[in-house]
Design a protein around this ligand. Structure first.
Ligand code: ADP
Ligand code: MG
Length: 569
């Protein structure tokens, strides 16, 4: 874990060395004062020459000035190191999250992903900067102080330092406890984010059911849990501070008690005695630093662990070694395809079908039969268990994901639009689309009239997920997006099911236009919309049980004719 953590320092070696060495200097220079005081009291004071003492103070001033400059470097450049590492980690995490497969997002909540990208990483940056540097400098200062004390009077030094091992044990003990608590705290924050994502994201449903109070109660559970965990962490922190304070005061008391004894016995000068007291006070600094690290280190490491957890989750679906970018024409074949979602029963069990280039095939069948699933296997949103799927005779696993997915267009029932403008959403289909291309796509999707009535035209803001649009307008936007993408293969999954009949007719025209010259897989709930398909396939739990033209299937008096009977009487 630590090795992995330190690998993030690599690009910033110079920055790290600069910051680290400055911090070391600051630590060393801090020890100058007690030594100076010792010299002044024992050697310069008896000379009773104020000029010499003033000169000595001037020398000390120079040291302090130097130290002031160094402190700036340590604070600013050190934090720069931290924030750089944090930014790197965040970039990598976001990139990795983009790559994770559908199966990951089926299981994990968005809120958790958000808190991993924000709160967790902040702590990582803090530790990246303070962790190694502060611990090293603190230990060095402690050793330095101990060294000086040893040379002055080893017996007193040992007596003063007797407490240090206890401080160390204390540190290790609390560190362990904190790591555990902070891990829990991060997961609690994730829960809160997930709750907010759900309740605020679904605010329209919440209000429609007048369930605000219910949501409040559910939120309160998470909020309270977070409070408890945080309280726990403060408790541990307080215990840690308490233990440290007491131990540190014992150091001072020991020094005072035995120091005076040595002075009385004539084994210690006044100057040495004062220096000892000052040194034992200087110890507080490093010990506090170590304490601060003990407090922040578990946070950073807990955050880092959560980070590595995601980084170690490999996307289920990646390019195979010999994957190539290829242009497809659109002939599709499923051969004995078996598929199941993670830990579920099989949805498809040896499904075989073939679709000719440019053909429009409609899938009908009972809800839950696997129509959507079957279509989502073509762009490799999920990996099949057995069998194979080919396009133009080439296994889809031999395409790069980029080239495979860029040649399949999907229009679904619930359209997802990004918050932003109409233009931004349209050009999602082709990021470098020109204005002319965008306008043409809008026209083909019968969206032009709507756009021209908008105050800002293409630059009209459509609200989060397109809340400012009607169902039909959203659907047309989704269709225009695919016109821009211009893929040879098209999947229409209940694209018109959510619309009223009038809108449906208008959109059907746009869809017919869209499917021209493309291999099209249509899933439709309403049979009227697929009458003109080249072929209709009936999907059931047992695979494709009937297929043929509308008229032929009606004649067969099977499931299709029964469905037709039910819808049209
Ligand atoms: P259809 O589109 O024919 O109505 P689906 O392909 O959506 O059916 O679903 C087929 C089966 O797979 C259903 O039993 C459904 O519950 C299940 N299913 C669909 N999506 C998922 C998923 N992401 N994870 C687990 N099970 C799923
Ligand atoms: Mg479906």
């Amino acid at each position: 874990m630590l090795k992995r953590f330190f690998s993030y320092y690599k690009p910033y070696k110079k920055l790290f060395i600069l910051d680290f060495s400055c911090a070391v200097f600051v630590g060393i220079l801090e020890l100058a004062f007690p030594i100076a005081v010792n010299e002044v009291i024992d050697r310069l004071l008896p000379m009773e020459n104020w000029t010499v003492i003033s000169l000595a103070c001037l020398g000390l001033l120079a040291i302090y000035l130097l130290n002031t400059g160094l402190q700036y470097i340590v604070t600013f450049w050190g934090h720069k190191l931290g924030i750089n590492i944090e930014t790197d980690v965040r970039r990598k995490l976001f990139g990795h999250m983009q790559k994770l497969s559908f199966s990951y997002y089926d299981e994990n909540k968005t809120g958790h992903s958000i808190s991993r990208l924000t709160k967790d990483l902040e702590e990582i940056g803090e530790v990246a900067h303070h962790g190694p540097e502060d611990v090293f400098v603190a230990i060095m200062t402690l050793l330095g102080a101990f060294g000086i004390m040893l040379t002055i009077n080893w017996k007193l030094a040992v007596l003063s330092f007797i407490v240090i091992p206890f401080l160390m044990i204390c540190a290790i003990h609390f560190n362990k406890k904190m790591t555990k608590t902070f891990r829990k705290m991060f997961s609690d924050v994730g829960d809160i984010n997930a709750r907010v994502e759900d309740s605020i994201g679904g605010i329209r449903v919440v209000k429609a059911f007048a369930n605000e109070e219910h949501e409040q109660k559910r939120f309160e559970v998470n909020n309270e849990r977070y409070r408890q965990t945080k309280l726990q962490s403060y408790k541990i922190m307080a215990q840690n501070i308490m233990a440290n304070y007491m131990l540190m005061r014992i150091v001072t008391l020991f020094t005072l008690l035995f120091g005076t004894l040595f002075v009385i016995k004539g084994q210690l000068t006044y100057g040495e005695f004062v220096a000892f007291l000052l040194l034992s006070n200087i110890l507080i600094g490093p010990i506090q630093k170590i304490n601060a690290v003990i407090e922040s280190y578990p946070k950073g490491i807990a955050g880092f662990k959560r980070y590595t957890e995601i980084m170690d989750t490999h996307p289920d679906i990646v390019d195979s070694e010999h994957a190539k970018d290829m242009t497809v024409k659109g002939e599709i074949r499923y051969e004995k395809v078996a598929f199941r979602y993670k830990n579920m029963e099989r949805v498809l069990n040896g499904l075989t079908l073939s679709i000719k280039e440019g053909e429009t095939v409609a899938f009908v069948g009972p809800s839950g039969a696997g129509k959507t699933t079957l279509c989502s296997l073509l762009p490799r949103f999920y990996e099949i268990e057995e069998g194979k799927i080919t396009i133009d005779g080439v296994d889809i696993r031999d395409f790069t994901l980029q080239s495979l997915r860029s040649q399949i267009g999907i229009v679904q029932q619930d359209v997802f639009l990004f918050s932003g403008t109409i233009r931004e959403n349209l050009s999602y289909g082709k990021l470098d689309a020109t204005d002319e291309e965008i306008e043409e796509a809008a026209r083909k999707a019968q969206l032009s009239d709507f756009i021209s009535t908008q105050p800002d035209g293409l630059d009209t803001i459509i609200g989060e997920r397109g809340v400012k649009l009607s169902g039909g307008q959203k659907q047309r936007l989704a269709i225009a997006r695919i016109f821009l993408k211009n893929p040879p293969i098209l999947i229409l999954d209940e694209a018109t099911s959510a619309l009223d009949t009038e809108t449906e007719v208008a959109i059907q025209q746009a869809l017919n236009e869209l499917s021209k010259g493309r291999t099209t897989l249509v899933i439709a709930h309403r049979l009227a919309t697929i009458k003109n398909a080249d072929r209709i396939m009936v999907v059931t739990k047992n695979g494709i049980t009937e297929q043929g033209t509308h008229d032929r299937l009606l004649g067969e008096k099977g499931i299709y004719s029964r469905l037709h009977q039910a819808q049209f009487g």
